[in-house]
Design a binder for this molecule. Structure first.
Ligand code: ATP
Ligand code: MG
Length: 569
């Protein structure tokens, strides 16, 4: 209501306040007496209820209202309207809220002529405002708790502590505990129970964690067991009379009232929020709030359990990876070891073979060769001493000639065989001569043109290495003859920066990748083994229809000192 600087006529003022839909009265600012009131005020049987008792002191009496609460004094002092909210208790002790309003009415010379006063019942608005404020407080508390519960830094105990704090604050209950069901054994674990009775709790475990195992029937006894067994909340304001009550242990505070709500994941109970001894008892509203908290707590437990499971899974995985890695390392070590043994074995086999071949070659050359030569000499002697007198001398001489021819042939075969088995040229004239002999044999046997260029010097290689090189070239030429369908072969023995390099290149049909990878033949793997045995490397390069090149590289160091000792043959 606006401040009226020019006092309207009393008639007009009456008309105005009569038009208002609530009780209004007008007082004298000096005597404080009610000058007149509107019809509503007169009709209201409990009009007195609307009066603020502080307003009705007579002039000269001391105002009972606290400083700044007396509308008339305030208006007299400030000349401004006065509005304040006040709470009244009715006979039944129920709260009633009123808004007291007092408005000054001045006359034309500015003197305060009247005070228009009325009170509005704002109990319902106040109740709604309070409910709204509480809802807002609950929502922001729940949002805060939700943020805390999804924070991975908070473990299960911290989550219980935070939930309990919010439950106590939102309900006004001074005691309570928040617990969870341990998935392994179904026991109820609470690390917040001692919060309830702190120093008085004689049940407290050293780690402040109390574990209640379920009974043999899988159920929990006592009031706190009801929500765990039924999955429904329990609100009792007279707990001693409840059928599930079993009393409290020694040292426990007496239970005046009790509210317990299960934390549920679907139908499954995963924990509980229990509160006790709220002054005035718990309400359905408290139960609703705690149920909302329990939903968040259950989600937090789920998050924690998922994280635990994930962590366990990670640990298991890590362990399995470590175990597999250790096993693999062990296998690799064993393989390497086996490989080394295989190489040693292979080198030894080659050496023994070469020795046997050399022995056989010597046997054929020396023994059989000697015998055949002796045989031939004997035949010549027989031939010479046949004489002319014998009638069949001519026939016998002819026969001797034939036998000598056969002995020559046998000698030639045995010589060639001896050379194949062990090219004596290698021992006597060296690698270059042996290779030339090999090439000559190859040309004769296959008719394939061979271009040989040899820049190596005999001293480049120790004796043992020479045999291996010879065998590698021998197998390369054998492969050309057997598989390549080539018309030409180049043999290049060059001295390069990396060491001695030997290449046998043909212009034949080439080797397919698949064929190369099959690997159940002996030739190419044997060449590689021989190269390795003398500290070198061996490679095959081939393109279908573009020929094949096998390449042996002997680094200088390896060329001078082969891995195995040369044995005199
Ligand atoms: N110069 C080449 N040209 C074409 N194919 C070749 C040549 N050298 C080797 N091959 C192919 O590679 C395969 C493997 O050769 P490798 O010498 O290992 O075995 P092999 O000659 O078949 O039998 P062996 O064990 O008696 O030597 C041959 O079977 C052949 O198909
Ligand atoms: Mg071969």
């Amino acid at each position: 209501m606006a401040v009226m600087r020019k006092a309207p006529s009393v008639r007009l003022l009456r008309a105005i306040i009569d038009s208002l839909p609530f009780p209004v009265f007008v007082t004298d600012p000096v005597t404080h007496a009610i000058q007149f009131a509107n019809r509503r005020f007169q009709r209201a049987p409990d009009a007195d209820r609307h009066l603020c008792h502080h307003l009705f002191h007579l002039p000269g009496e001391v105002c009972q209202a606290p400083e700044g609460y007396c509308p008339r004094e305030t208006i007299s002092r400030t000349g401004q309207p006065f509005i304040s909210e006040q709470m009244h208790l009715d006979a039944a002790g129920r709260e009633h809220w009123v808004e007291v309003q007092a408005h000054p009415v001045f006359d034309s010379d500015g003197t305060l002529a009247h005070i228009v006063e009325f009170t509005l019942d704002i109990t319902e608005a106040k109740r709604r405002q309070r409910a709204q404020e509480r809802e807002t407080a609950i929502n922001s508390a729940l949002a805060q708790l939700a943020a805390q519960l999804i924070d991975p830094r908070h473990g299960i105990e911290e989550m219980a502590r935070l939930t309990l704090g919010h439950a106590k604050w939102l309900t006004g209950a001074p005691h309570g505990f928040v617990s969870h069901i341990r998935p392994d054994d179904g026991a109820l674990v609470s690390s917040t129970l001692t919060e309830m009775i702190k120093h008085e709790c004689r049940m407290s475990a050293p780690d402040q964690r109390i574990v209640f195992p379920p009974g043999p029937d899988g159920r929990f006894r006592g009031l706190f067991g009801v929500p765990l067994s039924t999955g429904r909340p329990l609100l009792v304001n007279d707990p001693a009379r409840h059928p599930a009550a079993i009393g409290v242990p020694p040292g426990h505070i007496p239970l005046e009232n009790f509210l317990a709500v299960p934390a549920l994941l679907g139908q499954k109970v995963v924990g509980e929020i229990a509160l006790a001894n709220k002054p005035g008892g718990f309400t359905a509203d408290d139960q609703t709030v705690v149920q909302r908290l329990a939903e968040l707590y259950a989600a937090g437990l789920q998050r924690q359990q998922n994280e635990d499971a994930l962590q366990q899974l990670n640990l298991d995985l890590e362990q399995r990876v470590q175990q597999r890695t250790a096993e693999l390392r062990q296998t690799v070590r064993q393989l390497k070891q086996a490989n080394r043994q295989l190489h040693v074995l292979s080198a030894e086999t080659h050496r023994i073979c070469e020795e046997r071949l050399a022995d056989m070659s010597r046997l054929i050359h020396d023994e059989i060769g000697q015998l055949l030569t002796g045989l031939k000499a004997g035949l010549s002697w027989v031939e010479r001493h046949l004489g002319e007198r014998r009638s069949d001398a001519a026939r016998l001489r002819e026969r001797c000639q034939e036998l000598k021819g056969m002995a020559d042939e046998a000698l030639e075969v045995s010589r060639n065989l001896a050379r194949e088995l062990r090219p004596h040229l290698l021992d006597h004239l060296g690698l270059a001569a042996a290779i030339e002999w090999l090439v000559g044999q190859f040309r004769r046997r296959t008719g394939i043109a061979v271009d040989l260029r040899n820049d190596w010097q005999e001293s480049d290689l120790p004796a043992a290495a020479r045999v291996e090189v010879y065998r590698i070239i021998q197998e390369a030429l054998t492969n050309v003859a057997r598989h390549a369908k080539a018309s030409r072969v180049e043999i290049r023995l060059t001295r390069e920066a990396e060491g001695l390099v030997g290449r046998v290149i043909d212009n034949g049909i080439g080797i397919s990748r698949a064929r190369l990878q099959k690997g159940f033949s002996l030739g190419l793997p044997g060449m590689r083994e021989r190269a390795r045995a003398i500290g070198g490397t061996f490679e095959v390069q081939s393109r279908l229809r573009h020929g094949t090149e096998v390449c042996l590289v002997l680094p200088r160091r390896a060329a001078r000192s082969p891995r195995r000792k040369a044995r005199p043959t």
